[in-house]
Design a protein around this ligand. Structure first.
Ligand code: SF4
Length: 123
């Protein structure tokens, strides 16, 4: 089994080939060790930083503008197979101002040590 990846660990963007030979994973095409680490992680437990928006109620008369969605992100990459349930929990949030940029909205999501934080201030 072979998989192709493009390393995103630096701007060079090496084209990586991962070969699974029995239980052994072999990476080629990488100019440095980070490419090998990236390909093996991408193959065995891919993760992503999640960005999304959640609901926030803002009174235009008080704030001077109306913000209906608050942009949020995870503090670290999270396993891809947890992203659907995380998004459901993010979409279920109903924030009330004031919210400050960096406020933790979901702490230690599912025991991962990863938080979801606000990426702007409102209110
Ligand atoms: S393998 Fe190393 S040199 Fe190549 S893109 Fe990844 S980090 Fe950069």
């Amino acid at each position: 089994m072979e998989k192709d990846y493009i390393c995103i660990a630096c701007p060079i963007g090496c084209r990586l080939k991962l070969t699974a030979d029995g239980g052994k994973l072999v990476v080629s095409g990488n100019k440095c060790k980070r490419g090998e680490v990236y390909a093996i992680e991408e193959y065995s437990e891919p993760k992503r930083v999640v960005t999304a928006t959640c609901s926030i109620g803002m009174d235009k008369a008080v704030s001077g503008f109306k913000l209906e969605r608050m942009p949020v992100k995870t503090t670290k990459p999270i396993l891809k197979d947890q992203i659907d349930s995380l998004l459901k929990d993010i979409y279920a949030l109903k924030l009330k101002p004031p919210v400050k940029r960096g406020d933790v909205l979901l702490k230690d999501y599912n025991g991962t040590g990863i938080d979801v934080v606000a990426t702007r201030s409102a209110g």
